[in-house]
Design a protein. Structure first.
Length: 188
């Protein structure tokens, strides 16, 4: 893996990778895909360095980590949402301006119709052959944005509803009520 890292001559990409490796554990192909998607979205949406972004990842494997470490998008701060469709895809948007009900976002997909031009990487993607992370990432560096497809979408801004807290009639613990029921989800 170090070999590949030495081949990278873009200092910004290098710096990003140096932050991802200790966080994720190593540079996995999925984490590198997430990184490329993040950098592509920065261009497409003109995201500034200090701007807050929101991301929905369609897999929980590897892909979310670059967004967590480089952009501070976490599950706890609602910057990261995972809708696990088992897909190499993300939707990214900036914060809404107060009063806005929709905000412009972009959905980026690792496109098998495009990865097919990079046979080693395509074999990794389709799980058709055992391909090392080194070989897969080397092809991704070569391909750049050439393997991604994207389209802009209007992302609905979530409406904040008032939080209702109740005491569960079964366990006696307090919980956030989602409907009128007085029994917590754990007891149901
Ligand atoms: Zn309970």
């Amino acid at each position: 893996m170090n070999e590949i890292i030495n081949e990278i001559d873009d200092p910004v990409l290098m710096d990003q990778i140096e932050k991802i490796v200790p966080f994720h554990g190593y540079l996995s192909t999925g984490a590198f895909i997430g990184l490329q998607m993040l950098n592509l979205a920065r261009e497409l949406l003109d995201i500034k360095e200090d701007e807050r972004i929101f991301v929905t990842c369609e897999t929980q494997n590897c892909l979310p980590d670059p967004f967590q470490i480089l952009r501070g998008c976490t599950i706890g701060n609602k910057g990261l949402n995972i809708v696990d469709h088992g897909k190499m895809a993300v939707t990214i948007n900036k914060a809404a301006v107060p009063g806005e009900t929709f905000v412009k976002g972009v959905r980026i997909v690792l496109d098998p119709g495009k990865t097919v031009k990079y046979p080693i990487f395509h074999a990794w993607y389709m799980n058709e052959a055992k391909v090392s992370h080194e070989d897969a990432i080397r092809e991704l560096i070569k391909a750049g944005n050439d393997v991604y497809s994207w389209y802009f979408i209007d992302v609905p801004v979530p409406i904040k509803s008032k939080k209702k807290v109740a005491i569960c009639s079964s366990c006696g613990e307090s919980f956030v009520q989602e409907d009128e029921g007085n029994i917590c989800k754990g007891c149901k």
